[in-house]
Design a protein around this ligand. Structure first.
Ligand code: 8YV
Length: 313
């Protein structure tokens, strides 16, 4: 009995879920009926399939007396109350490794789009400005510029490798130094922002990183600086970001994640010095199938009494 909070884009994964489990699809219920529907299925639920964006908090877990496992279709587990799962011995799994390349690719897509002002150039052609002979602003080359990566795990290091291929110089920061990497570690996030032209946020979300990219960090990145975020909106003080972008004390922001998805503040959407995408870093056919397959394999392993493939410690 699996409570499915959201569908996988992979039809093959959804077919496997139906083949191996009795699934209860919350995402198919009309919002106004979900509470009553959940009350009816909750007593039998032994597993939950969720995503990195849907909260699995203590109040929901308390309604699931038989739940044994929460399988996250994503790498970020900040939406899961891990204290509550650990207290009840509920296993948690996620999908590390299979989404690294696509997330890093989107980070560079956002960085390049910001560097070369892609949205503005696209509009320039579409609205006839080019034809009208209007002047085209000059961009700054990437080569030789500093790409500061905040969070230097698999995704952060994949982003750095890509940025290096574009001739960028790499620095990183995270609380724990990484052995064996050639990129220098800044002494703090503020120091990283001060020495970066592009600051890429690739650190985990959660209470420990809430609003760590604050007004001081944004000011340190500066009017020629660009912030790229493919991690979680919670790491950035979004109100301070809007002020910095509007007042041009920060040059540009290229964002795939936001504080209150899918709601993005009108003030942010109205700005010309931003590039915005709707949390799609892992959204490719290949990666979403691989993520979903990991979810299915973890659930099958659990209920077969075998070791989990990708347990969250
Ligand atoms: C989303 C992500 O979670 O992997 C993550 O943590 O942010 C994305 O892949 C998406 O909702 C995956 O289900």
């Amino acid at each position: 009995e699996i409570l499915v909070m959201a569908a996988s884009p992979s039809a093959d994964v959804m077919a496997q879920l139906e083949q191996y489990f009795h699934c209860h699809h919350l995402w198919q219920q009309p919002r106004e009926r979900q509470e009553a529907w959940l009350a009816g299925v909750a007593p039998a639920v032994r597993g939950v399939l969720t995503t990195g964006a849907i909260g699995i908090k203590a109040d929901l877990l308390a309604r699931l007396p038989k739940v044994e496992i929460v399988a996250v279709n994503g790498i970020g587990t900040d939406a899961v109350d891990l204290d509550a799962t650990r207290a009840r011995g509920i296993a948690v799994t996620n999908t590390p490794g299979v989404l690294t390349d696509d997330v890093a690719d989107l980070a560079l897509t956002l960085l390049l789009s910001a560097a070369r002002r892609l949205p503005a150039l696209d509009a320039f052609v579409r609205d006839g400005s080019w034809e009208a002979g209007k002047p085209i602003a000059t961009a700054r080359a990437l080569r030789g510029k500093v790409c500061g990566v905040f969070g230097f795990g698999r995704i952060g290091q994949a982003i750095a490798a890509r940025a290096e291929a574009f001739g960028m110089r790499i620095q990183y920061f995270q609380p724990r130094a990484i052995e064996g990497v050639k990129a220098p570690r800044a002494e703090s996030l503020l120091a990283l922002a001060q020495s970066s032209d592009y600051l890429v946020v690739a650190a985990p979300g959660g209470p420990a990183t809430h609003h760590v990219v604050n007004a001081d960090v944004l000011a340190a990145l500066g009017p020629q600086g660009t912030l790229v975020n493919i991690a979680r909106g919670s790491l950035v003080d979004e109100a301070a970001l809007i002020v910095a972008l509007r007042e041009r004390t920060l040059g540009c922001a290229a964002l795939d994640v936001f504080a209150d998805e899918p709601r993005v503040p009108a003030a942010l959407r109205a700005l010309g010095n931003v590039v915005l995408t709707p949390h799609v870093a892992s959204l490719t056919v290949e990666t979403r199938h691989a993520m979903g397959q990991l979810v299915v394999d973890n659930l099958r392993a659990h209920f077969a009494g075998q070791p989990l493939l990708t347990p969250v410690k």
